[in-house]
Design a protein around this ligand. Structure first.
Ligand code: ADP
Ligand code: ADP
Length: 232
């Protein structure tokens, strides 16, 4: 049983005169609670794959099944609703709203999902504490270190109890030791709540934290490795 099941995914950009094939026939199952790294050279389709799996981008053809629903066939509104309730996202630079405090950043995403302010506040505060941000709830992103800001982004991604967390170079802007801490926080938090983690990274050390790695090349999955196991 897969939490996400993608078949025959293609994605092209541009028009007939200048077309880029970013995905060229990807089949992929994401299993419940697994951690999956997506690696490969720049331009190989990693981010496009992440965005299609996460319902941010529609594939040109192919299907992405989540709990029996094909994301590619949903209306934009329905896809957004599903994304908010079932998925969490962490990007390289956190993408926190600069005018809001850490707490408000987490609360807002919960309220967009339809939670009351009160229950969203309690849940947000608990997540910030759990990720080591006690005492920093009232700070704006500009008053946090890079590692702290990424923890806020992780709290925001996890607060909704997502079934899948998508991360695109989540530690790409951090120094080595901060990067390792944030990575541990992310993988532990996903494991704790039983969320699958799908993470794009250039860094083999980051990929090594995942149970499975797929290597993208020219819009296809060129290889797959299991941690501690053989290449397939
Ligand atoms: P990666 O994440 O592996 O660097 P991307 O998925 O970002 O790969 O890009 C795959 C290919 O699609 C690249 O050739 C890239 O230039 C192209 N591409 C990505 N996004 C767009 C876009 N919005 N418009 C046109 N081409 C794009
Ligand atoms: P990454 O570092 O993840 O590969 P990029 O720097 O390639 O990301 O791309 C950043 C953003 O620009 C993405 O949203 C991607 O879709 C878009 N993009 C990438 N390549 C192109 C392109 N050739 N034309 C237009 N947009 C692009």
């Amino acid at each position: 049983m897969a939490v996400l099941s993608a078949r025959g995914l293609t994605r092209t950009y541009g028009d007939r005169s200048a077309q880029t094939v970013a995905l060229d026939g990807v089949d992929l199952d994401v299993r419940p609670a697994e951690s999956l790294a997506i690696m490969g050279p720049s331009g190989s389709g990693k981010t496009t794959l992440l965005h299609v799996l996460g319902g941010i981008l529609r594939p040109t053809s192919g299907t992405v099944l989540h709990a029996g629903t094909d994301l590619a066939r949903l209306s934009d509104t329905a896809r957004t609703r599903l994304r908010r309730s079932a998925f969490g996202f962490v990007f390289q630079d956190g993408q926190l709203l600069p005018e809001l405090t850490a707490l408000e950043n987490v609360i807002l995403s919960r309220m967009l999902e339809g939670r009351s302010r009160q229950s969203a506040s309690m849940e947000a505060a608990q997540w910030l504490d759990r990720l080591g941000l006690t005492g920093l709830h009232g700070r704006r992103p500009g008053q946090l270190s890079g590692g702290q800001a990424q923890r806020v982004a992780i709290a925001r991604a996890l607060a909704g109890g997502p079934s899948v967390v998508f991360a695109d170079e989540p530690t790409g802007a951090l120094d080595q030791s901060t990067s390792q801490q944030v990575l541990a926080v992310l993988t532990d938090a996903c494991q704790e709540v039983g969320a699958s983690l799908v993470m794009v990274t250039h860094d083999p050390h980051v990929a090594a934290a995942c149970e499975r790695t797929i290597m993208m090349q020219d819009g296809r999955i060129a290889a797959e490795h299991l941690r501690g196991g053989d290449a397939r």
